[in-house]
Write a protein that binds this ligand. Sequence first.
Ligand code: ATP
Length: 438
Amino acid sequence: EKYKSQNLKEEMEKILPISILNLLKLIGLYGNELGLNVYVVGGFVRDLLLAINSKSNGTKSIPYDIDVVVEGDGLLFGKYVAKQLRAKYVEHPKFHTCSIFYRNGENKIIRIDIATARTEYYEEAGELPKVELSTIKKDLYRRDFSINAMAIKINSGSFGILMDFFNCKKDLEEGKIRILYPLSFIEDPTRILRAIRFEQRFGFEIEPNTLTKLEEAVENGYLEKVTGMRIREELEKILEEPQPMKAIKRMGKLKIILHLFEKTYYSPTLEKDLEKLFDVREYFKANLPNYLNKVRLFHIVLCVLLQYTPEESLKKITERYGLPKDFIKNLIQVKNVFNEISIDLNDKEKTSKLSYFYEKTNGFQNEQLIFLAVKLPEELLAKYYEYLRKIEKLKLSITGKDLLKKGYEGVQIKTKLEEIKKKLLNGEIQPGEEKNLI
Ligand code: ATP
């Protein structure tokens, strides 16, 4: 096999945390003991090369997840490694892979995923004999993009040899996202979303031919063929990136949004709201963190994104992506409240009281409160935030029982308590003065 060979041993010794380096060397040694070729592959190699090139102390960006490929029985090898390292071993028989969870000296858990590169043959032009491809090459060829398709051999004696069969390192240096074979996106359309994610994360560019293939796959409806759960997983990963908005814009332009969410047209208005959402979220993080408890970014992004989508389509979308049962109802509720508020906008007297927001949003879930912040006009936002801060801490010094004793009954009690709450919110009474009102 011809490939550009380069030894990265010295660089690895310089740049990797010693615990990771030693772990890799050990795993390689176990490979020698069983007579198997062992490689570290994928994102680990990519991030290592990026760190080497950046010259700065890049060890921070080296992931603690290690993907290993073995030429031979990966499960047998995994069991052996786990036993030697006294680490936890978990098997995934369906995929013929296993994971090892190793606790290192600093008490960090390092996850090592081990996969099997099985020997595969392919027929070359009919009658000719079967040709055996180097199995690691075949394994790498099946991966998503060239930047993720390199391996480093870690066996003792050949530790650090970079296996770059497809000019991957060049793509990494030039910042190009490239598929390895023409049908890549057809075979696994989730790669469409992965391309967007890596492009934005590294500031790379999907190279022209790959972009054409990507657009064709989108246009021909291949995203629609993937299960909602797999799409959702990739979307959630995009949202975990430092700048998800860049990826969302790209997905909008490439019509990916429309193909993922039917009748959802990515417009400048929608884009502004989405941008606002990320600002609003920063504000909540810094000032109102309790409102983010149990809130999934995926849900609030979809609230904003799907606000103009027709209800018929919403039903299909919520089922497809496993959104909560009350998602549509809650979305419509906020839209209605927002419309009511728009009408009141000129009535300063009304909207300047904190109790106004109580009346509008009492009973809202956190997702709804955040979505409303996105939709509110700038002039009301400060007041709204003030309301959220105050209501969070508000506690009455009287209870329904006190009212019962005074002769209030049934719905009167609830009404009275709410009236008192609103007075407190507006500063018309001070905490402790509640009893004077009953
Ligand atoms: P991250 O830094 O986001 O974890 P990663 O490259 O490690 O990036 P993973 O999703 O953990 O991403 O995948 C590990 C490796 O498996 C990738 O580097 C890639 O080589 C391969 N891979 C993952 N998903 C696919 C896919 N859909 N098609 C082909 N190869 C894939």
